[in-house]
Design a protein around this ligand. Structure first.
Ligand code: PEP
Ligand code: MN
Length: 297
């Protein structure tokens, strides 16, 4: 671990507690409907990169729910690096997500890119996703502090963990303690994968903050064949869950098809994860958390 962090930050100091939780040294468990993120369960959020049509989102919701996902992902407002790419269905996409929730009981996570959209998206979403390109949009973070919904904060692709935690702190100080951190891969010199999954980020973040930490193996890998093995890695380093892209026919997806799993691949991944999750759970019962930070604690 960065020696600068040793002794400088004691456990749990990096994201301030809101006033009513100040002094509380326990981990944050984010409650979303009947789901606890950061508690005993490994929570899988799955679905397409973007909501494209009613059939696409309803079929996907049903398939991922059946395979054990608890939360449906799907972008209605998409951050695209080209103005000619599909930008998302906007409010129509939000309505389709809401319909999928009614039909399957899955909670909804969807991205918010602009502070102006916060109120509207909060009417439909259970969790507000902040994308990698928005981690440093401080006006957005501040608005999310008052949105009344849990926030999934993705690490900026060139952000340090300290910067990620500072962004989380902005949301927390603005009044919202329900923050889930997400490692989604960072930019390095390596080009074999779309991004480089910083697997050490999980135990480090879980040591220096009280917040739940999940992993997005899809954007880290960029190719679907690597997604299951990165998901497995996340499960054994203590992640609290996953954010995974799944599409009924990835080759026809309007965004991120190369890294999206088919329904069958998702089901297989969930089955293959189970023994690793069982070991993790047993391990947690037998011993205290893996890392201890030097310093005040
Ligand atoms: C996404 O989840 O589809 C997405 C755009 O992710 P990221 O912000 O990590 O690139
Ligand atoms: Mn995507």
């Amino acid at each position: 671990m960065n020696p600068r962090w040793n002794g400088q930050f004691s456990c749990f100091d990096l994201v301030a507690r809101t006033a009513d939780k100040a002094g509380d040294r326990s981990r944050t468990v984010v409650q979303v409907r009947d789901i606890e993120i950061g508690g005993d369960d490994f929570v899988v959020m799955a679905g397409p990169c973007a909501v494209e049509s009613e059939t696409q989102i309803l079929q996907t919701a049903e398939a991922v729910a059946k395979a054990g996902a608890r939360i449906l992902r799907g972008g209605a407002y998409k951050p695209r690096s080209s103005p000619y790419s599909f930008q998302g269905l906007g409010v129509d996409g939000l309505k389709l997500l809401s319909k999928a929730r009614e039909e399957t009981g899955l909670a909804i996570v969807t991205e918010v890119m602009s502070e102006e959209d916060v109120d509207l998206i909060a009417e439909y979403a259970d969790i507000m996703q902040v994308g990698t390109r928005s981690m440093e949009n401080y006006a957005l973070l501040d608005a999310l502090g008052r949105c009344g919904r849990a926030v999934l904060l993705k690490r900026g692709m060139t952000a340090t963990l300290e910067e990620l935690l500072r962004s989380a702190q902005i949301i927390a100080v603005a009044g919202n303690p329900d923050i889930i951190l997400c490692e989604r891969g960072i930019r390095t010199f390596e080009t074999a994968t779309r991004n480089t999954l910083d697997i050490a980020a999980v135990p480090v973040l879980k040591t220096v903050s009280h917040l739940p930490v999940i992993v997005d193996p899809s954007h880290a890998a960029g190719v679907r064949s690597l997604v299951p093995v990165l998901a497995r890695a996340a499960s054994v380093v203590g992640a609290d869950g996953l954010l995974v892209e799944v599409h009924p026919s990835p080759e026809e997806a309007l965004s991120d098809g190369d890294q999206s799993l088919t329904f069958r691949e998702f089901r297989d991944m969930m089955n293959d994860l189970q023994p690793y999750l069982d070991i993790q759970r047993e391990g947690r019962e037998l011993r205290p958390p893996l890392l201890a930070v030097g310093g005040a604690d």
